[in-house]
Design a protein around this ligand. Sequence first.
Ligand SMILES: [Fe+2]
Length: 383
Amino acid sequence: MFTYSIQTHIAFGDGATHHLPEHLVAQGFGRRLLLVTDPGLVQAGVAERIADLLTRSGFVPRMFAEVRPNPDEAVCLAGRDAFLEHRADGVVAVGGGSSLDAGKAIALLARQGGTPSDYALGRRPYGPPAPVCAVPTTAGTGSEVTRSAVITEQGTHRKLTLKHEVLRPPLAVCDPALTASLPPSVTAHTGVDALVHAIEGATCKGAHPIARAYAREALGLIYPALPRAVHAGDPAARRDMLLGSLLAGLAFGSTDVASVHCLAEALGSLYDTPHGLANAVMLLPTLRYNRPYAAEAYAWVARAMGLAREEDGDEGAAEALLEGLRTWLDDLGIPKLRDLPGAKPSDFDQLATLAYENTSTPSNPRPMDVRDYRAVLELAYAD
Ligand SMILES: [Fe+2]
């Protein structure tokens, strides 16, 4: 048994941003908008261009550009205050996963009150948020079509996952041109995050045929496109990456992620490691650890990526996946765990506990306890 629903209106294509005002009108957004973004996009002139476009089309945008990587509860509460002061009708979130997730949380807090931890810890019921239009500027997060937002808890630095169908944005405007100026390292890290979404979304417990259909398409796009996007930055590769990231979001957005993400979020909590980089570092060791429990699923992934043929046996295909990923990650310049700033074995117990407490742990194909997570961290550190 599975359920599936998606109510996001998606506009995808080069120059899609130019039509943002029309899409907002068509989806019934009010005139007063809070533009949630980060300082980098202000510096690059992207946020201003979008604000000008909205103003020229009769909207009244107010800029809230305080989102940082791994956004915390405080920035969401500040965004809520800005939303209420502006008497905004809706949110336009422009940026990577941090800005999109913060925008979704701000829209919820503005309409339903409380703090992010109130929702993530079940102290407050979810209700309809203000409408959100998500405009991704990285190809990785998939947050433009998912029902979750990851926010860092104030004080503890734990990752809180807000997850409810009401958080799925009603509108996503995906313009590959917005990803054109991403530096190679950010392209690589966010792109691997998208691949992990497709792998985990299709192989976690609770994966279903609709998620696998999206994931298969995503894997076929991302695997060849990411090295081209990183090394050459050609527009076709950028387009494939944004589409692959969107499709991967549609895959895991109706199932779950699994232990790669649990470990990545633990690294993000302790070291503030950017989400994509943390996922990229933990991908291979986690798949190696899971493999005895997931050979058939990983063989399916290998075939979707073109690393194995239909007639190859599952064990051989799963091995081909791990071999192929190792070469691919090396080519993308992904570092090892021991090279991550701050990472050290004396933190492994804390990291393993944080990963274990992640709400996606039960979705991993291999049952995981704290010792299992420690074993993966040791495997990663020894690599
Ligand atoms: Fe992710």
